[in-house]
Design a protein around this ligand. Structure first.
Ligand code: ADP
Length: 259
């Protein structure tokens, strides 16, 4: 029996050993594949706005153009600059999250903050439609302004980005109870939707649905990672559901007065 016992222990250790080595190896493989994907998308994300801005500047320097055409080119260059800005902000934020993110909390009027972002995005995406249903009396929320702006901007921009040409984003705020008072913000779209099995993964750093070949929308896979981390830093939660009849709902739950 001693021998059988030892053999069993040996086999179990062997299986566990192989399992853990394999797991570590797989993790490394996944991590290096992810950082390769990241480098590819970041390079692409940086190159294309730089190329557009350069083209605009070269054209404006080289030729006298009618005023209308000049304005249009300038506005294109401005949009591309915005894209670069969002990208750099996301990169900075994710670096900060990994080293020393501390939410600098102050009382925030979330309605005002959301309205500002809708206004900004309406300029950037003139074809998109935004609707906003507000809770009658939403209390001030103790939050980090830059962080909450980043949360709302990333979620609302995704709602537009992943909805094709006629994108509609709907925002709702509610006040509810879950032990203490909590604010619920819902961001709904009628776009592509997110397959059930990928709903958890989308919050991982660099994760993007689909493959490099099938994707048409630009991005880095950093947005939802940042959103999730910031919401957690406010003792909140984020959930994702299917919208009816189609599209996606992101639900953010933020405790009031606890943080
Ligand atoms: P990015 O948009 O830069 O790719 P995110 O972290 O913001 O990165 O999103 C991760 C992935 O989740 C996206 O690539 C996309 O596939 C999916 N996704 C996010 N928001 C939506 C949405 N509203 N509708 C459909 N898919 C979405």
């Amino acid at each position: 029996w001693m021998i059988v016992g030892e053999a069993v222990v040996f086999v179990i250790s062997l299986v566990l050993g192989v399992y853990f080595i394999n797991r570590g190896y797989n993790k490394e493989m996944v991590a290096s594949q992810q950082s390769r994907n990241f480098l590819l998308s970041i390079t692409h994300e940086l190159k294309s706005p730089i190329a557009s801005i350069r083209l605009v500047l070269e054209t404006l320097l080289r030729r006298e153009l009618p005023k209308e055409k000049t304005t249009q080119l300038q506005s294109n260059a401005l949009k591309e600059t915005e894209r670069l800005n969002t990208l750099v902000n996301n990169l900075l934020f994710s670096a900060k999250l990994e080293s020393s993110y501390q939410a600098h909390k102050e009382p925030l009027d979330l309605h005002e903050l959301l309205e500002e972002i809708i206004h900004k995005l309406s300029d950037k995406y003139p074809d998109a439609q935004f609707s906003f249903e507000q809770e009658d009396e939403l209390p001030y929320f103790q939050g980090d302004k830059m962080g909450m702006i980043s949360v709302a901007l990333n979620l609302l921009e995704n709602a537009v980005k992943y909805s094709g040409n006629e994108s509609k984003a709907h925002i709702e705020t509610h006040l509810g109870m879950n032990n203490a008072e909590q604010i619920k913000i819902e961001i709904k779209d009628q776009g592509l939707g997110i397959p059930e099995k990928e709903k958890k993964q989308i919050f991982q750093k660099f994760y993007r649905v689909g493959s490099e070949d099938t994707r048409t929308t630009k991005g880095t896979g950093l947005g939802l990672y940042i959103v999730d981390q910031i919401v957690r830093a406010h003792a909140g939660r984020i959930n994702v559901y299917d919208n009816e009849p189609k599209g996606t709902v992101f639900e953010i739950l933020l405790p009031v007065g606890q943080n």
